[in-house]
Ligand binder design. Sequence first.
Ligand SMILES: [Zn+2]
Length: 210
Amino acid sequence: MNDINLFIDGFRRFQENYFGENKELFTKLKQGQKPSTLVIACSDSRVDPAILTNCEPGQMFVVRNVGNLVPPYETGAGLHGVSTALEFGVRSLEVEHIIVLGHRQCTGIRVLMEDGTPESKGEFIGNWVNIAKRAKERVLADFSAASADARIAACEEQSILVSLENLMTFPWLRERVEQGKLTLHGWLFDLKHGKLVAYNPEQGAFESLT
Ligand SMILES: [Zn+2]
């Protein structure tokens, strides 16, 4: 059986089991959504935030892109997919939390750390991951003697911090953080060990969440 048929079969099971058994939830969701949390995750097929957190439909407003990156606030020409999702999530849905959910073995971060011009990395990905070039610069300065793998791992962490910093460049988002209405979180999923760590700003380090 190919994957498409597996997906259709999976949906059939969802329809019969999950949808069928959670009538109250779906009756509520028909009226609209009021998720508490916006998640910015990587497009990587191995790190689905809803599966990782075992959450229900309606709880998470999710943005996924290569490298779980947040561009800085810019209102110029261009199609601002992430910024649109932030605007909707923060200003309309009024989420109370934003989680930047990174992960180990991230191809986007590896591309960022590899040498080469954007052109050598495909039409789009080089420019896109350059959003986190500040993370790369910090890693190259602080881990000059480290192995390539160690640098990539460090950049996976630093790029989450850059996304958190870039979130704060959105004026209406910053305002809500300063008013205590919105909290930002930097999480990192280690898929090799099945572990989740979070950035602790007081310690300046990622610590286990579980
Ligand atoms: Zn990734």
